[in-house]
Design a protein around this ligand. Structure first.
Ligand SMILES: Nc1ncnc2c1ncn2[C@@H]1O[C@H](COP(=O)(O)OP(=O)(O)O)[C@@H](O)[C@H]1O
Ligand SMILES: [Mg+2]
Length: 355
């Protein structure tokens, strides 16, 4: 265990709004100085979790610990957190310097020390040349940097970010993403980062929790979540588009989908029976033989193409690395890379490990 500060533990945290259970029972351990993403679709409970960590919401059940201290009912001020939101939340009538220095003023930091610390924080996010301006005179990206500077100026133990890049246009979002990661490494502080954008979570996070319907469906590194989804819900959410999930029969070391037979890459001790086979669109190729499907519609992606193929009533997505001309309705043979298949139990919907 690291002796650095900033460990967060959520134990059985439940949050109810009226009759709606926004968080069912969240268990989460975030390590000191980790960049931890809360990823999930809108309404899945990410912001509520962040607000509970910040102390802006009190859980209806369960407990929150920061560095082994129970803070469940403590006020936000005791947690040494800084938050950054999507909408910047800057004071429009104050200059950037005043905005960034505001938390220091609140903390009663000696007046003489404030300008130096403001300048230092502003320099870290490269807006130290704009300190005399007001937020209205800045671009969205600059305003978000100001919000970041205001968050880091106090050198908090926990850095909580709620979709901080969502209001930026695509190009700026990519640039700011890189800088945010650099900044967190440099600050050596625990960051909890809420996003619905899986690319953001994959690129930024050391580990992530996938939220679905007020529950955590999986916790792991981006690699683990992408390459070993723990259940069908995560498999159906991660990837763009996510992996295909197809009903199949497992029999010894063979998998059958209709007439199509595939050899399992490993040993199987499960008895014969139905399974759900998962395979990513990029792990299917067109071949002379394979699963017989027909082209419903192809989409040109510039870099390659996405084929939407009909197999019975199921739509199977295939990603080809090159663009070629295929007519709608064309008969196709889909070949699955056996080393890239995932299996799930149709009852429990959880992953089956292939020996
Ligand atoms: N203060 C509140 N009052 C009532 N419902 C809320 C409140 N805050 C959040 N919710 C509901 O709880 C669910 C989870 O919200 P939230 O944590 O904000 O989701 P996310 O950040 O993942 O989009 C949503 O259905 C939302 O409408
Ligand atoms: Mg939210």
């Amino acid at each position: 265990m690291s002796n650095k500060k900033g460990r967060i533990s959520l134990r059985g945290v439940r949050k109810v709004f009226g009759s709606f259970e926004a968080l069912k029972s969240i268990d989460l351990e975030i390590e000191p100085v980790e960049f931890f993403a809360l990823l999930g679709p809108s309404g899945s409970g990410k912001s509520t979790t962040l607000r509970v960590i910040a102390g802006l919401e009190t859980p209806d059940d369960g407990a929150i610990f920061v560095d082994d201290e129970d803070v469940t009912f403590g006020p936000p001020g005791e947690r040494d957190v800084a938050m950054v939101f999507q909408n910047y939340a800057l004071y429009p009538h104050m200059t950037l310097a005043e905005n960034i220095g505001f938390p220091l003023k609140m903390d009663k930091v000696p007046k003489a020390d404030i300008p130096g610390r403001v300048r230092e924080a502003a320099a870290k996010v490269k807006i130290d040349h704009l300190l005399h301006r007001r937020p209205g005179q800045l671009s969205g990206g600059q305003q978000q940097r100001c919000a970041l500077a205001r968050a880091i100026v106090r050198q908090p133990k926990l850095f909580l970010l709620d979709e901080p890049l969502s209001n930026l246009d695509a190009q700026l979002r990519l640039e700011t993403r890189v800088e945010l990661k650099k900044l967190q490494r440099e600050l050596d502080v625990t960051a909890v980062y809420v996003t619905h954008d899986q690319e953001e979570a994959m690129t930024l996070a050391d580990r992530m929790a996938v939220f679905l319907d007020g529950e955590i469906a999986q916790i792991g590194t981006p690699d683990e979540v992408f390459n070993k989804p723990a259940n069908m819900a995560v498999a159906a959410f991660i990837g763009s588009p996510p992996m295909n999930l197809i009903a199949a029969q497992l029999d010894g070391s063979e998998i059958r989908i209709g007439d199509y037979r595939l050899a399992l890459p490993g040993q199987n001790t499960r008895p014969p029976g139905p399974v759900i086979l998962g395979i990513r669109p990029s792990h299917i190729t067109l071949s002379d033989s394979g699963l017989k499907a027909s082209l419903y519609l192809s989409e040109n992606l510039g870099e390659g193409m996405l084929l939407n193929c009909l197999y019975g009533v199921d739509m199977i997505k295939v990603r080809l690395p090159e663009v070629r001309r295929i007519n709608d309705g064309a008969a196709l043979n889909l070949k699955f890379d056996p080393g890239q298949i995932h299996l799930f139990d149709p009852e429990s919907r959880t992953r089956i490990e292939i020996g």
